[in-house]
Design a protein around this ligand. Sequence first.
Ligand SMILES: Nc1nc2c(ncn2[C@@H]2O[C@H](COP(=O)(O)OP(=O)(O)OP(=O)(O)O)[C@@H](O)[C@H]2O)c(=O)[nH]1
Ligand SMILES: [Mg+2]
Length: 388
Amino acid sequence: MGGSISFDASFKVWTEPISFSVGPSLDAPIFTGGGLVVSAVLISAVFFKFFRDLRLRPLSAVELLPNGAGGYEQLNAGSSPGSLESVGGYGGVQPDDVTVVIPTLNEAEAIGLVLDELRQEGYRKILVVDGYSKDGTDKIALGKGARVIYQHGLGKTGALMTAVEHVDTPYILVMDGDYTYNPKDIRKLLTHGRFYALVMGSRNRRYISRLHRFGNWVITKTFNLLFGTGLSDVCSGMYLLNVNFARQIDLRSRGFSTEVEIAAQAAVEDRITQVPIDYRRRVGRGKLSTWRHGFSILISVIRLAQRYNPILLLSAVGASAIIPAIIILAFVVLRLLMFGVWHSGWALLGTMLLLFSAQFLALGTMAFMVKRVERRILQRIEREKSPA
Ligand SMILES: Nc1nc2c(ncn2[C@@H]2O[C@H](COP(=O)(O)OP(=O)(O)OP(=O)(O)O)[C@@H](O)[C@H]2O)c(=O)[nH]1
Ligand SMILES: [Mg+2]
């Protein structure tokens, strides 16, 4: 035991016993002794770059326009400069090509207000999909001239599946019936509808409670990491869906993971985008239990990643070893700097964990690249099949 074998003047293989308390001072230049701190810093720098590169910038409408350049001019062709159309945009989907779908369950207090606002904004095709409300929501909606059907299946997912079977327009705009969404924002979504399977409204956070905001943040970040998107609100209840896309998606969630389930499938095809929208205080009582539903949506995100992006999920799990690695290495460095005590065993364990997670990150990055190429190819095929 002890001593070291020399390969050349500057590199030695470490043969000291590993110590998890105060250990001997080791002298191989890269992996042990003070050099370990340098190698940990170098590996961390590589990590930092991986994480930065992993965030995929969402494609802009300009990039996705058929035949490339000239996006916004093309989008607004025909509208006079500076007019509302050139800003808000019916260069995109026309209001008559959209059915506004409102899932409702006991929204008697709000539904009338929502339908009035929609009419004022000029939306004529409105479909209320009711989950067998007991407070007369269906009658109020009928009284306001909306089409009302009763859903099959469970929760909002069941409502959406039912809606898709009954619409005769190429697009559907889904919005909650609790007065939280402003119909004035629908135009923003329509502008981009032609180029995406799913346009999500990303909510202004003012009237979302802190707890919901936090849950939403965790779900959205996890979604972005596992699907390579840059969304800011994946749980929004207002979104525009291309009906052909909606008909071929596989909705399996029982109830409330509808939005993440749709977003996952649109993200896999790289046909998802978002626009900022308003969010108001709800009228009437909410139906969700924050913890139970929040947790079940998070589990759905992971399940969906396993189905659609398994390698990225695996590598994200492997790469999470970076957390204990950083804690262990920080402990080693602090002890070294503050007390001059060197823990060789912990240092080695920390570095090994760091290397382990670096390998998973590398795998994740490769999986991500391959997926991106696949998406681009699918997108091009899709575009060539149906030019604008
Ligand atoms: N058809 C149908 N609609 C539902 C069902 N559950 C909820 N909804 C409707 O779905 C929309 C969203 O539900 P909310 O209770 O507002 O849930 P949320 O917006 O996530 O939560 P809050 O923050 O409490 O508003 C509302 O219009 C509900 O009436 C259901 O089982 N079937
Ligand atoms: Mg709501």
